[in-house]
Design a protein around this ligand. Structure first.
Ligand SMILES: Cc1ncc(C[n+]2csc(CCOP(=O)(O)OP(=O)(O)O)c2C)c(N)n1
Ligand SMILES: [Mg+2]
Length: 600
């Protein structure tokens, strides 16, 4: 890379902040307001560790390298649970899932150049799903920046589009403050990943400890309280509505607002549908749950959205997998949109009543003003759709149906496990057939759809919740992408379970080829290893299941393992996910309903 494309050495590289973030001042500028300047003399690496501990980060994920040696030296005997992945992408997914499962900020540390570059997919995954992750990357010495130094990469440049905010710290005096700011920006407003790049000379430079340095974010404002008038207008619309639908996204979970959501749904008597990331925010065992909506959502949710007269979106962003054809999305509905991120309002779909604020706060206020209405005809219609088009599969065959595996998993874990997923059919079946009842129970890459997320995510979730049963429902090819992380699980004695729905195919892509490319299965079949043998070689337990009759026993065996356990379910090869709204179609134009009906 030419040095021309780089900022001159000595300048700070700033990202343009994303939704909800605002520019922070140049971190190389002298900062006269640092408090705590009088403390003991420390080096940059020690300041990093002290500040992280002060911020409550007792668990981190990371991989060492040359320019982070000073930092790793300080981590040697620090009171931190430090997990070393086998690849930095895995480390970033672990930090991300740790954050999703715990509600805390996930921290990942890597070296410069290749280490930092390996974070990109993980950061993009966290950005798309609004997950608070702080990444600390080492950088070459300040004087070498722009010289194509060994293991130099323009980390802030490369990660600018995949972070909520990033910067490089060039003065040790700014370190503590910048780390505090990173945690604040990552976890407030619409959460997201923040990266701080730290040249090695800054890590070894000495300064008086400034770990209590105050944040200086004059331009960063987060509006948590919703506008009272807008809330009243929303309440009136709800009270007037004959056919309302609550459409809930991951924002409700990240705002810890599930109780407030339940209170609103119960008081006003509203049916609730959730996005993939919203699953768990509302108990699916309730009659008012319409389960997931969208491309592979339930027919009853999609019909309800298309026929509703009022759509109340909370912490959701009208992603194209949800709306189908935007022009004909919820054609009869007035739309209320409650979101912390003002930039997502009316971005994809025109909104009638926007309310910018924290979901917990806004839902509390809104609930005070709503009234109960029975809405008998509407709930009758919904009950009829539910009866006619439940998620179904043909259970008459002796080959293993993936849906059956998930139903059985749900039965044996009493719907209480934390589920992570790969991407593809496995992910959609997990969303359709496991029944989620509490927030932070489903951990899945929604926005970016990152194959390879499931296994490292299970590790991050298990670290966050050591007592929980954590199951990765994965695809064979998703698992292939990061399966080396099984070693991380083994080394750290994490009893995660991996259920590979092994169809031999990149199943979701094959499904599209079947439906839209005349069954020309171009490059979607790859030879797989014996996963049980791989698992055993890496120190985990491996089980292969080839017959439907063996599914319950294998799951039972898996659930009692103390070591990580991989179960390779050889499933029906060409099973499809139904229903399906083809790209460009309206939500009510679902394929596969006839197939589902024929199985009744
Ligand atoms: C990193 C990455 N590369 C490519 C894709 C495109 N893609 C989406 S689903 C899929 C197939 C997934 O196969 P598998 O993990 O076996 O899951 P299945 O659909 O068979 O359950 C592919 C290639 C992706 N989502 N992520
Ligand atoms: Mg597959």
């Amino acid at each position: 890379m030419s040095s021309k494309s780089r900022p001159p050495a000595g300048s700070a590289v700033k990202s343009s902040p994303k939704a909800g973030a605002h520019p922070v001042r140049n971190s190389t500028m002298p900062n006269p307001n640092i408090s705590g300047q009088k403390g003991r003399i420390s080096n940059g690496a020690q300041i990093i560790v002290d500040t992280l501990i002060e911020l409550g980060a007792d668990t981190m994920f990371g991989y060492p390298g040359g320019v982070v040696l000073p930092l790793f030296d300080r981590l040697y005997d620090a009171p931190i649970n430090f997990i070393i992945p086998r690849h930095e992408q895995g480390g970033c997914h672990m930090a991300d899932a740790y954050a999703r499962a715990s509600g805390k900020v996930g921290v990942v540390i890597t070296t410069s150049g290749p280490g930092a570059c390996n974070l990109v997919t993980g950061l993009a995954t966290a950005l798309m799903d609004s997950v608070p992750v702080v990444a600390l990357t080492g950088q070459v010495r300040t004087e070498l920046i722009g010289n194509d130094a060994f293991q130099e990469a323009d980390t802030t440049g490369i990660t600018r589009p995949v972070t909520k905010y990033n910067c490089i710290v060039k003065d040790v005096k700014d370190l503590a403050r910048t780390i505090r700011e990173a945690f604040h920006i990552a976890s407030t407003g619409r959460p997201g990943p923040v990266l701080i790049d730290i040249p090695v000379d800054v890590s070894v430079a000495e300064c008086s400890t400034a770990s209590s340095a105050k944040m200086e974010l004059p331009g960063y404002r987060v509006r948590t309280k919703g506008n009272a008038r807008q809330i009243s207008t929303a309440a009136k619309a709800i009270n007037k509505s004959e056919q309302p639908v609550l459409y809930v996204g991951g924002g409700v979970i990240s705002a810890n607002a599930s109780d407030e959501l339940k209170a609103l749904a119960e008081k006003a008597h509203l049916p609730v549908t959730m996005t993939l990331l919203g699953l768990g925010s509302y108990d699916q065992s309730k009659a008012e749950s319409l389960d997931m909506l969208g491309m592979h959502g339930s027919a009853y949710a999609n019909y309800a959205v298309q026929e509703c007269d009022l759509l109340i979106a909370v912490g959701a962003r009208f992603d194209d997998r949800i709306t189908g054809k935007v022009k004909t999305f919820a054609p009869n509905a007035k739309i209320i949109h409650i979101d912390i991120d003002p930039t997502s309002i009316s971005k994809n779909v025109r909104v009638d009543i926007p309310v910018v604020g924290d979901a917990k706060d806004v839902l509390t206020e809104l609930t005070k003003e709503v009234e109960y209405r029975e809405r008998k005809p509407w709930f009758k219609k919904i009950a009829d759709w539910k009866k006619k088009f439940p998620f179904r599969y043909d259970d008459s065959s002796s080959t293993i149906k993936p849906q059956y595996v998930i139903e059985e998993l749900c039965r044996q874990t009493e719907g209480k496990a934390i589920i992570t997923t790969g991407v593809g059919q496995n992910q959609m079946w997990a969303a359709q057939f496991y029944r989620f009842s509490r927030p932070r129970q489903l951990i899945s890459s929604g926005g970016l759809g990152t194959m390879g997320y499931g296994l490292p995510a299970a590790i991050g979730a298990q670290v966050a919740k050591p007592g929980a049963t954590v199951i990765d429902i994965d695809g064979d090819h998703s698992f292939n992408m990061t399966m080396t992380e099984l070693s991380t699980a083994v080394e750290n004695k994490l009893p995660i379970k991996v259920c590979i729905l092994n169809n031999g195919y990149m199943g979701m892509v094959r499904q599209w080829q079947e439906l839209f490319y005349n069954k020309r299965y171009s490059k979607t079949y790859l030879a797989n290893p014996s996963y049980a043998t791989v698992a055993e070689a890496l120190g985990a337990v491996g089980i292969t299941v080839e017959k439907a009759a063996d599914v319950p026993g294998a799951i039972k065996k898996m659930l009692v393992q103390k070591r990580p356990c991989v179960v390779d379910f050889r499933i029906e090869r060409e099973e499809n996910v139904w229903p399906m709204v083809p790209t460009g179609k309206s939500l009510n134009e679902m394929d596969g309903l006839d197939i589902l009906e024929s199985m009744a």
